[in-house]
Design a protein around this ligand. Structure first.
Ligand SMILES: [Zn+2]
Length: 556
């Protein structure tokens, strides 16, 4: 018998098709207990492979530490020669299907869904109509984002299991919760550390297979990194007054509104590098503290803003946030004084200024203030609230955002200074920005990978690829590089009330296994919409071949 070194791409194509049709049928909505459905499906699929039958210790489930849904990471490894390893990652959670309306039952059945969509063709946008008629795309929830990429990874791995003398090691991890807080990927870091230790692995690259979007339909996109996300929060404590005595109070809604106007789409918060730019910041949540109607002003108002980052650090952003808080507060006080002046003149009173001073403190400063005043009485209450908030969050009664503000509110009960003030900080999740920029400078092989893959795709499929450093869709790759874990931990711990309690990122472990990364996934369109779809030529033929080429280049 001759040694087998080559993949059977015809077999791979039908494997991917079969795998994906079954994979999407297993319901796994993000942040629900049915994500666990995938675990048994995964075990049963892997157990069919001769390689994993012979090597049962090379695949399994890894429990996510402290996960309230008790979810696991699915992993499988083909162990070849040497220590070098490539990690392929994908998420198997999917977003809800509300917008499928009367087609919900077909959301996970691509062929039936296509037929039904063809019946309402006229109601679809032109590009959707074209893709339905041409049959160049597969429709269905999760087929693009991203069980398509996941199926390619698993089926390619099973092919590697059939080869003789495979050079290097390939690990596939399937994770839940990417569309929510990335509990899966944050948990998987521990698994990768364990595997590294146990098998003495030398991690060379992490490859994600999220679908790529095309601006120019004739060019694919490889992302050599992933955009970061920080969520600054603002809690404004005003000074309560009866609406008939409005100059006796300070309305927090006024201050928060000024902050909102100064931050929404403010490009000084969005950094740019290498010809790429983070999209404008946008507010995701804003409320005041009133629960009933009465004639008093609200006591507080709060909200949070999503800021995407390329190279901006948490410290840099928080310092901009502080300046915006102070300037917004000063502007509101100045405006209020002008109005007050008119009021005093019209009521024949002597001119005077309002008592307010602009004040902005970090969450930790406020915490220390309460601790200094009340000591253990305060910290006991604080710890007890954390525990009960954790429970409420797990039971779906409170969102992570509401938990954050309940904590800030509690601290105010123990702060003696009653003057108006802004508290700012960060709300989970935190997605670090990652890219290969520094790895490329240090390692020629990393620097050459894009050109190499692009040349391969051009010669095999006459399809050119463009390169971007930051995948803007936010992805799990964010948790695979960190340069200075101590300073990031310090910045996050002191500004994120929920950090280390309800939410955690294993910065030091990420640092231990940091590696360059790339996204190689099939072309997809309309993620999260009813018309989510994946290009079948990419899914079955092109992406698997490019992925195989990349893996062999890295391990070769
Ligand atoms: Zn995705």
């Amino acid at each position: 018998m001759t040694a087998n070194h080559n993949i059977n791409f015809e077999e791979l194509k039908s494997d991917i098709r079969d795998f994906l049709y079954s994979y999407i049928k297993v319901e796994s909505f993000s942040d629900t207990s049915n994500e666990k459905n995938i675990e048994n499906f995964f075990l049963s699929e892997m157990s069919k492979s001769d390689y994993f039958k012979a090597n049962p210790e090379h695949y399994g489930l890894y429990k996510i530490p402290n996960d309230y849904l008790d979810r696991c990471v699915c992993y499988a490894m083909v162990k070849g020669r040497g220590d070098d390893a490539v990690v392929l990652v994908h998420h198997y959670d999917v977003v809800p299907i509300e917008d499928f309306k009367n087609l919900k039952e077909l959301a996970f059945s691509p062929d039936e869904l296509r037929e039904s969509l063809l019946k309402v063709l006229d109601s679809m946008q032109d590009d959707v109509q074209k893709d339905l008629i041409d049959e160049t795309f597969m429709f269905g929830r999760g087929c693009a984002d991203m069980k398509g990429g996941g199926s390619i990874q698993y089926c390619l791995l099973k092919q590697y299991g059939k080869l003789d003398d495979f050079e290097g090691n390939v690990i596939v991890i399937g994770v839940p919760d990417e569309e929510n807080l990335s509990a899966g990927m944050r948990g998987a870091i521990g698994l990768l550390c364990d595997l590294k230790e146990k098998y003495n692995l030398n991690y060379k690259f992490m490859i994600n297979s999220e679908p790529h979007q095309r601006k120019d339909f004739s060019k694919g996109v490889f992302s050599c990194g992933s955009i970061g996300k920080l969520m600054p929060f603002f809690y404004v404590r005003g000074f309560l007054a009866h609406c008939g005595k409005s100059f006796e109070g300070l309305n927090p809604v006024n201050v928060l509104s000024e902050i909102v106007r100064r931050t929404e789409a403010n490009m000084s918060l969005s950094d740019a590098t290498m010809g790429e730019c983070a999209p404008g910041a946008t507010w995701l949540y804003m409320k005041d503290s009133k629960v009933t109607y009465d004639v008093s002003m609200p006591l507080s108002a709060y909200g949070c803003l999503s800021v995407l980052t390329l190279t901006q650090t948490p410290e840099e952003l928080l310092s901009k946030v502080k300046t915006i808080c102070i300037e917004s507060f000063e502007k509101v006080i100045a405006d209020m004084n002008s109005s007050y002046k008119v009021f005093l003149e019209n009521t024949c009173q002597p001119c005077k200024e309002l008592p307010w001073k602009a004040k902005a403190v970090t969450f930790i400063q406020l915490f220390e203030e309460a601790k200094a005043a009340y000591g253990k009485t305060f910290t006991d209450k604080y710890e007890a609230l954390l525990v009960s908030l954790g429970k409420s969050m797990q039971e779906g009664e409170l969102s992570i955002i509401e938990c954050n503000f309940k904590l800030v509110e509690l601290i105010f009960d123990y702060v003696q200074d009653n003057s108006p003030c802004i508290v700012y900080g960060l709300i989970p999740p935190y997605y670090p920005s990652v890219s290969n920029i520094k790895y490329e400078a240090a390692d020629q092989k990393v620097a050459d990978l894009f050109d190499n893959l692009n040349a391969f795709s051009q010669s095999e499929f006459a399809l050119p690829y463009t390169k971007e450093y930051f995948y803007t869709g936010i992805s799990d790759l964010s948790y695979i590089q960190i340069e200075d874990p101590a300073s990031v931990r310090n910045a996050i711990e002191s500004s994120m009330p929920l950090f280390g309690k309800i939410y955690d990122v294993p910065f030091e472990k990420i640092h231990e296994i940091s590696m360059p990364c790339i996204n190689i996934g099939p072309w997809g369109k309309d993620f999260h919409k009813m018309t989510e779809r994946v290009n079948t030529e990419d899914l079955y033929i092109r992406t698997p071949k490019i992925l195989d080429h990349a893996i062999r280049e890295i391990l070769g």
